[in-house]
Design a protein around this ligand. Structure first.
Ligand code: ATP
Ligand code: MG
Length: 225
């Protein structure tokens, strides 16, 4: 059967130049992720995990090499096409949640739908459904600062899944949480992966998180190992 590859990196290199100094953050990284996989990218601080994530999420461009998302080479896409890809194909989750403090929970979750020209009634319905999936229906009208860390991360996950993206990219999603809450968040990702078939890529420095995913890609000094 033909494999359905949704993420493909081919010899991706990223050099950050700062004046005369250069940092080789990625030194030739190649891997593929199939539709529906649940994987982690694991490595110590400074190994290139977030840089790699930024390449997959089209938040930054490689110095050389090829990144293909959903079979499309990102370097050949226009800014508008990339914006659509980031909004509709990918859902992002970050360590520090990145919720908008002045908006309540449901408004935060509805935000990615704003760009899709969906009428408000449907946006509300979709956001309610996403919040139900993460078990936060009771907190819809709370502000982010009225929530615990684990609840904030669940709001961020609801915001990531509300557009039903093919891929979820999560950079240290449990990094700011205690162990038990971190396990709950990982269980939620597992459930989303299983029920919706969403491809999930988790970046972590924590070997326990690495072990808990079906496949773990290890990175060290900008190279897979
Ligand atoms: N914008 C930047 N400009 C210059 N150097 C950078 C930039 N971003 C990252 N780097 C450097 O690239 C290397 C890889 O950084 P990256 O953020 O990808 O690591 P990481 O594995 O995510 O680390 P952490 O676990 O601490 O988040 C590091 O040496 C870092 O200092
Ligand atoms: Mg990082």
């Amino acid at each position: 059967m033909k494999k359905n590859i949704v993420v493909q990196l081919e010899n991706v290199k990223k050099i950050y130049s700062m004046g005369d100094a250069e940092v080789q953050a990625l030194r030739g990284v190649s891997f593929e992720v199939e539709q529906g996989e649940f994987i982690s990218i694991m490595g110590p601080s400074g190994s290139g995990k977030s840089t790699c994530m930024n390449m997959i999420g089209c938040l930054d461009t490689p110095t050389s090499g090829i990144v293909k998302i959903d079979d499309k080479e990102t370097s050949k896409m226009s800014e508008t096409e990339l914006a659509v890809l980031r909004n509709q194909t990918i859902g992002f989750v970050f360590q520090q949640y990145h919720l908008i403090p002045g908006m309540n929970v449901i408004e935060n979750v509805m935000l990615p739908l704003k760009y899709k020209r969906i009428e408000k009634r449907i946006r509300v319905e979709l956001a309610e459904k996403a919040l139900d999936k993460v078990g936060l229906s009771e907190r819809m009208y709370h502000l982010p600062n009225e929530l615990s860390g684990g609840q904030k991360q669940r709001v961020a996950i609801a915001r990531a899944i509300v557009t039903e993206p093919k891929i979820i990219l999560a950079d240290e999603p449990t990094g700011a949480l205690d162990t038990a809450t971190g396990i709950q968040v990982m269980d939620l990702f597992k459930e989303i992966n299983k029920k919706s078939g969403t491809t999930i890529i988790i970046v972590t420095h924590d070997p326990r998180i690495g072990k808990s995913t079906k496949r773990c890609i290890k990175i060290l000094d900008g190279l897979l190992c």
